[in-house]
Design a protein around this ligand. Structure first.
Ligand SMILES: CCCCCCCC/C=C\CCCCCCCC(=O)N[C@@H](Cc1ccc(O)cc1)C(=O)O
Ligand SMILES: [Zn+2]
Ligand SMILES: [Zn+2]
Length: 533
């Protein structure tokens, strides 16, 4: 049976029919060749990238037996629970639960007797509430490194908690509940537990390192990490080998194409701008109000901002790299997609925009965080103010964000004032030649055996900003597992960490302390001008 195409109908002269038929056949062939070539290019690129990264990053590290003993993990969980009972809350800069910080200092001193009596360890209180530990290495002349976490926590909304936020409750011997469990007392206690164990085993770290626990990270770090940084500078510390601070946790169920957990190491962090919007009106009696009130004008401006988010910058920043690193570990379909964001970028962008946590990766985010207006129910408001907090994608600048905001609001009655701002951080080295990044990556993979380690841009901010002058190697990573359903626990209700995950955190820091010493062997940590420590 022959197929009858429209151009083969009898009304058309035979010669024309033949010509049209051949032309259509040619077009079909060309289209097939084009699709084939495209698929070939996409797939070839995926293979090429996979090969390059395989060569660069090598195989998984050997399993190590040199770990912290698991038998005492419940004891360690209880020590963390004890720290969670102490409400070291930061409300604003210089508005904190000051006494609680002193209580926490004493608690740490009592809980880690080896650290606090060891001749190689010096503990200092900086600016009354922060802590700086110097662990003196046995080999001088190496550039020191710095591990950071913070002692303060954000306030709580007690009503929403299943267990008291400052109760230090361990549910079914499984989950340690409390404000700060993941952000960031898990980090503080994780580092100290690792060091206590290391020293208890009689190990003396070869290289000097610092442990910096700021007391006001949740309100900027000006009084804590900034003062610690100044002190280091005054002591002649010009360079740090690397800084490892809080950051992304290891997460599963988040990356399509793999069931393996993904450990994103923050090699940069988004910029930030806090902008105050204000409108002034004329106060008067509410029985004869003006057509538009200060509150109404401001509310309309804010609604315009929320309805017009900044455009997606997906593919214009370092996030492209992150997907290329994931590509070798996912199914063939996703391998092709992640290796060819130049082609599939729009599709990925659409998917990422569908959830707040992934949306934060693709654009500058707009969060209206404060609103004040009005004095009494029967007074026309004299003014209204709101605060908008932007987290700026690395492909944009503070000025671009402010200009965009002005254009969207498009109302001269709304005044804009930049309260605080900072550009995104430079991207830290994360290739095969960055021994510091590779050391962090190896330490992660020694503990989270299945994890895919990838560089990423941290979507929030950390104390690392205060250490930018000391090194280009700043890494942001939180060594614990978080599921998608756990993400709202950050600064939210029912913050918790499991006993097992806390044990992994301790083990991660233990491996870092051991692995960082190995870098000395390769002569990576000395400079002719390294301070004699
Ligand atoms: C493909 C995408 C996969 C997505 C996977 C994401 C999983 C990540 C889960 C959670 C990330 C949550 C990040 C929490 C940040 C904690 C650090 C923090 O709270 N920092 C404060 C610092 C700050 C900055 C400025 C201030 O005025 C005060 C405090 C922050 O707000 O950024
Ligand atoms: Zn934090
Ligand atoms: Zn926080």
């Amino acid at each position: 049976m022959t197929v009858m195409f429209p151009w083969m109908r009898r009304g058309i002269p035979r010669r024309c029919r033949c010509l049209l038929h051949s032309a259509v056949q040619l077009l079909c062939c060309a289209f097939a060749v084009f699709i084939f070539a495209l698929l070939f290019i996409l797939f070839f690129r995926a293979i090429l990238i996979q090969h390059r990264l395989d060569v660069e990053l090598g195989a998984r590290p050997e399993e190590t037996k040199d770990l912290v003993d698991e038998a005492r993990s419940m004891e360690r969980a209880e020590r963390l629970a004890g720290a969670l009972k102490i409400p070291t809350i930061s409300y604003k800069t210089d508005q904190q639960e000051t006494q609680a910080f002193h209580t926490l200092h004493d608690y740490l001193q009592k809980s880690f007797p080896i650290i606090h009596s060891h001749p190689a360890v010096k503990r200092e209180i900086v600016n009354e509430l922060s802590l700086l530990y110097t662990v003196h290495g046995t080999k001088s002349g190496n550039i020191p490194y710095l591990l950071a976490s913070h002692l303060d926590v954000v306030p709580v909304n007690e009503k929403g908690w299943a267990h008291p936020p400052f109760g230090g409750f361990i549910a079914n011997n499984t989950y340690i509940y409390g404000r700060g469990a993941i952000d960031d007392k898990g980090g503080v206690l994780g580092i100290l537990e690792a060091l206590e164990y290391l020293l208890e085993q009689g190990y003396r770290p070869h290289r000097t390192f610092f442990i910096a626990f700021g007391h006001d990270e949740e309100v900027s770090g000006k009084r804590g990490a900034q003062e610690i940084a100044k002190l280091l500078q005054q002591r002649g510390i010009k360079e740090l080998d690397f800084v490892l601070d809080e950051g992304f946790p290891v997460s599963d169920e988040l990356i399509p194409g793999t069931s393996r957990p993904v450990a994103m190491v923050g090699v940069s962090e988004k910029g930030t701008a806090t902008v105050e919007l204000s409108v002034t009106g004329t106060p008067g009696h509410s029985s004869f109000p003006p057509a538009e009130s200060a509150i109404g004008i401001l509310a309309a401006a804010l609604a315009r901002l929320e309805h017009n988010p900044l455009p997606s910058m997906f593919g214009y920043g370092p996030e492209k790299n992150m997907f290329e690193y994931i590509a070798p570990h996912v199914s063939s379909f996703y391998k092709t997609v992640y290796s060819n964001l130049w082609f599939f970028g729009k599709m990925m962008e659409y998917k990422m925009e569908s959830q707040p946590i992934t949306n934060a990766f693709v654009r500058t985010t707009t969060a209206i965080t404060l609103f004040h207006g009005g004095v009494k129910e029967n007074i026309v408001p004299p003014s209204a103010t709101a605060v908008v907090n932007f987290r700026i994608h690395p492909a944009q600048t503070v000025n671009e964000v402010v200009d965009y905001t002005r254009n969207i609001i498009a109302d001269p009655r709304v005044q804009l004032k930049i309260k605080r701002s900072r550009e995104s951080h430079p991207v830290s080295p994360h290739g095969p030649h960055s021994v510091q990044y590779q050391m962090v990556s190896t330490s992660i993979r020694q503990i989270f055996r299945q994890a895919i380690v990838v560089p990423a841009v941290f979507i929030a901010n950390t104390d690392t900003r205060w250490y930018l002058n000391f090194t280009t190697n700043l890494y942001r990573f939180l060594p614990t597992m978080v599921k998608l359903s756990d993400v709202p626990r950050y600064h939210g209700n029912n913050e918790r960490i499991s006993v097992e995950h806390f044990h992994q955190a301790v083990n991660f820091y233990y491996r870092v302390m051991k692995n960082a010493d190995l870098l000395i062997l390769n002569g990576h940590t000395t400079r002719p001008f390294a301070a004699e420590l």
